[in-house]
Ligand binder design. Structure first.
Ligand SMILES: NC(=O)c1ccc[n+]([C@@H]2O[C@H](COP(=O)([O-])OP(=O)(O)OC[C@H]3O[C@@H](n4cnc5c(N)ncnc54)[C@H](OP(=O)(O)O)[C@@H]3O)[C@@H](O)[C@H]2O)c1
Length: 285
């Protein structure tokens, strides 16, 4: 399985390419081009990453038909209120030189989320966005949005990796037909010891794959989409090469046990985090 069907029938690749922190335009164009040449068809950006323009340039220069690609961006929360969300989506499209996006997400559950969602619903109905979803929504926020909306989010993109498997959030997403997309699937390189864990090493040895490939495969095999980022061609190829093996039930069970249930990046639920968000800035508004 290389794709997953969203709740509106649109199919999304299970493996994509993340572009967070690739701020240099040339590096961004080069790595997106390498990803597409390697076979990756989903590219993930955000208004906040400051690279929508470079992503759009690489996509348009790729020679791959637009309909074959799946492009995701995210609305920054300073753009939520008073119709600003819709305007910011149009600015994103203009920067990228694209007519439509395959998926637009609310990046964080801060500020006037409901106003932003109404705008995304309207753009979705108009066909400017093929699917709409959210990111960093804990299950309580996700369910409340579903309760009070016409369109159920197609995706919730949350920090997910071996040490933060999001089992509770996953159960709620499954219940409501929301696809779970894993950001920072490699833990953003902050905790490399996850790749030295005996369960990871054993599975890697058994299948002749690398620990990183095992970590990605573990998620994909549960129907969780992954969007690893790398600026190095050999790593981009390594990260994409995860469809020629399957982890056994015993290996999946052993990997499930290493979960610490501890997000490093993506928790939006502590008051300290919400308080600090007032000072977060965006590169492109
Ligand atoms: N919605 C959100 O709030 C949110 C937050 C964070 C991220 N994201 C999205 O998720 C994507 C992925 O997350 P992320 O970029 O934060 O972290 P990540 O993909 O978990 O990790 C990226 C780090 O791993 C390294 N790496 C990549 N492939 C490797 C390999 N095969 N072996 C060893 N190291 C490897 C990269 O270094 P090199 O580049 O030097 O190879 C980089 O330091 C982002 O790019 C972004 O699109 C979304």
């Amino acid at each position: 399985m290389t794709e997953i069907r969203l709740n509106n029938g649109v199919t999304m690749p299970l493996l994509g390419f993340g572009t967070y922190q690739i701020t240099d335009p040339e590096a961004c164009r080069r790595s997106v081009a390498t990803a597409i040449e390697t076979g990756v068809r989903l590219i993930d950006t955000a208004q906040n990453y400051g690279n929508e323009r470079a992503v759009g340039e690489a996509v348009r220069a790729s020679g791959v038909a637009r309909s074959e690609l799946f492009i995701t961006s995210k609305v920054w929360f300073r753009n939520h209120a008073g119709g600003e969300c819709a305007k910011s989506v149009r600015r994103s499209l203009e920067r990228m030189g694209l007519d439509y996006l395959d998926l637009m997400l609310i990046h964080w559950p801060f500020g006037d989320v409901y106003a932003a969602w109404r705008d995304l619903e309207a753009l979705y109905q108009e066909g400017v966005l093929r699917a709409i979803g959210v990111s960093n929504f804990s299950p309580d926020r996700l369910v409340d949005l579903i309760n009070w909306s016409q369109v159920t989010p197609a995706v919730d993109q949350v920090e997910t990796h071996l040490y933060c498997q999001q089992k509770t959030a996953h159960r709620w997403m499954v219940k409501y037909g929301v696809v779970h997309e894993a950001y920072a699937p490699l833990g953003q390189s902050r905790v490399n010891d996850m790749f030295a864990l005996p369960a990871v090493q054993a599975a890697a040895r058994a299948h002749g794959k690398t620990p990183v490939q095992v970590a990605l495969r573990f998620l994909i095999q549960q129907g969780i989409a992954v969007i690893p980022k790398s600026v190095r061609p050999e790593r981009i190829r390594e990260n994409f090469d995860v469809f020629d093996f399957s982890l056994t039930e015993a290996e999946m069970a052993a990997l499930a046990l290493v979960d610490n249930d501890a997000p490093m990046i993506g928790t939006a639920t502590t008051p300290e985090r919400v308080e600090s968000s007032k000072n977060w800035t965006s590169r492109e508004l």
